[in-house]
Design a protein around this ligand. Structure first.
Ligand SMILES: [Zn+2]
Length: 215
């Protein structure tokens, strides 16, 4: 069975981790929009240069360019065994166009998995995150001794908080994500493809749910 999946989840939902586990557990390719763009830009393809020109001007890559990039990417033999898409589609027009693309290929989506994370849990998870500026190890303040200075256990460097991890910034990102994703979820719910999973739990528990869906 060829698995063709779309993974939805807000920043901090653990989407990247689940995508990696899917890649390893099912031998399918994790395709993120960022990777597609980076590869095309590096290879200096016509589409890559076009995408770069939008990004250089500080704009989002428009739907039609993104679609052509996805088409070019997924057409390669390494994706025949299946894939998990991360960051695409982002909009209903992209989903509609992707649906016709799959139809042309005679391929079908297996499922759209949405990792649902409670707003408060997410804010706690992300706003408690601290990073070592020396070795990039990530910690959560819950794991650290609150009585002293927060230092990296590997090299002793003082830990810092990323700007976009402060509670207010996290809340804004989460709300924007929810707003943008709502129509997308409805689109796939209407097609009977949407599977919502509680992403607030431990990584292994979440993955077990995904395995059940794919069984
Ligand atoms: Zn460190």
């Amino acid at each position: 069975v060829v698995l063709r999946l779309i993974l939805l989840g807000s920043p901090g939902s653990g989407k990247g981790t689940q995508a990696r586990m899917l890649q390893e557990g099912y031998q399918i390719v994790h395709v993120s929009t960022g990777d597609i763009l980076r590869r095309a830009i590096q290879a200096q393809t016509e589409l890559g240069r076009l995408a770069q020109s939008y990004m250089d001007d500080g704009n989002l890559v428009p739907d039609d360019v993104m679609l052509r990039l996805v088409k070019e990417t997924l057409d390669a033999p390494r994706y025949e065994a299946g894939y998990v898409l991360d960051g695409f589609p982002r909009t209903v027009p992209q989903s509609t166009a992707f649906e016709s693309m799959l139809l042309q290929w005679g391929a079908a989506l297996t499922a759209v998995i949405s990792l649902e994370v409670n707003r408060e849990v997410l804010i706690h998870r992300l706003s408690g995150r601290r990073v070592c500026p020396e070795c990039a190890t990530t910690y959560h303040i819950d794991q650290l001794d609150p009585s002293g200075e927060l230092r990296c256990t590997r090299d002793g460097a003082l830990l810092v908080q990323r700007k976009d991890d402060d509670a207010q910034a996290v809340a804004i990102r989460f709300d924007a994500f929810e707003r943008e994703t709502l129509p997308l979820k409805q689109f796939y719910r209407d097609r009977g493809l949407l599977r919502e999973i509680d992403g607030s739990r431990a990584t292994g528990e979440v993955f077990k749910d995904i395995q059940r869906i794919l069984a």
